[in-house]
Design a protein around this ligand. Structure first.
Ligand code: URA
Length: 210
């Protein structure tokens, strides 16, 4: 697994506002979108392209276009949904599939409760969105799900990670071509599986307590 941690003052500034418990949902949502767009720039550095010939007003030239099959963006429900707009803003031709993962709050084991993805992901480049890499269980299961369907290249984008989650994901994805793009790596996980200092429950902060 290749890990890229963003090191940019704009990202740190926006993360600081996200962490603040007084930041209300509407601002939390728009900041999440902005952060994902910044992270998507790095995450798409290896997006597959093909040569295309075009005519400028002056001459004919060869450029690059995103190749087919189109990249697939997969937000992990529910909190990953808050990252979708920021991602498709930068990659508007991507297709979007959905994966619903729940974390059992006692065992922290991941469970798939919803799925809307093509049956065959052969040759697809996938971008998985999940804001919080805590234990790594649900993100690891989601990535495995995509490889089982035939994906051969998966990039995960998370706003925050715990070192424990990065290590666990490293193990879970051993031998796979996985890239992980992170806003930052925090100190640790607490006994309830929350990232410290973190920002609390990302789904609740995006969408309220439901
Ligand atoms: N999921 C969250 O939303 N927050 C955490 O701190 C850990 C997992």
């Amino acid at each position: 697994m290749r890990v890229h941690v963003a090191d940019h003052p704009l990202i740190t500034h926006k993360l600081t506002v996200l962490r603040d418990k007084t930041t209300p949902s509407p601002i939390f949502r728009s900041l999440t979108e902005e952060l994902v767009t910044l992270l998507a720039y790095e995450a798409t550095r290896e997006v597959r392209t093909e040569a295309v010939e075009i005519e400028t007003p002056v001459t004919t030239t060869t450029g690059l276009a995103i190749s087919s099959p189109r990249p697939l963006v997969v937000p992990i429900l529910r909190a990953g949904l808050g990252m979708l707009e920021g991602m498709v803003k930068l990659l508007p031709t991507a297709e979007v599939g959905f994966l619903g993962m729940l974390r059992d709050e006692e065992t922290f084991e991941p469970k798939t409760y919803a799925e809307r993805l093509p049956d065959d992901l052969s040759g697809r480049q996938c971008f998985v969105l999940d804001p919080m890499l805590a234990t790594g269980g649900s993100l690891g299961a989601a990535i495995e799900f995509l490889f089982d369907r035939g994906a051969d290249d998966v990039t995960a984008i998370c706003l925050l990670a715990a070192p424990e989650g990065v290590a666990a994901l490293e193990k879970l994805t051993e031998g796979r071509d996985v890239k992980l793009v992170l806003g930052t790596v925090d100190e640790r996980l607490d006994d309830h599986g929350y990232i410290v200092p973190g920002l609390g429950d990302a789904g609740d902060r995006l969408y309220g307590l439901v």
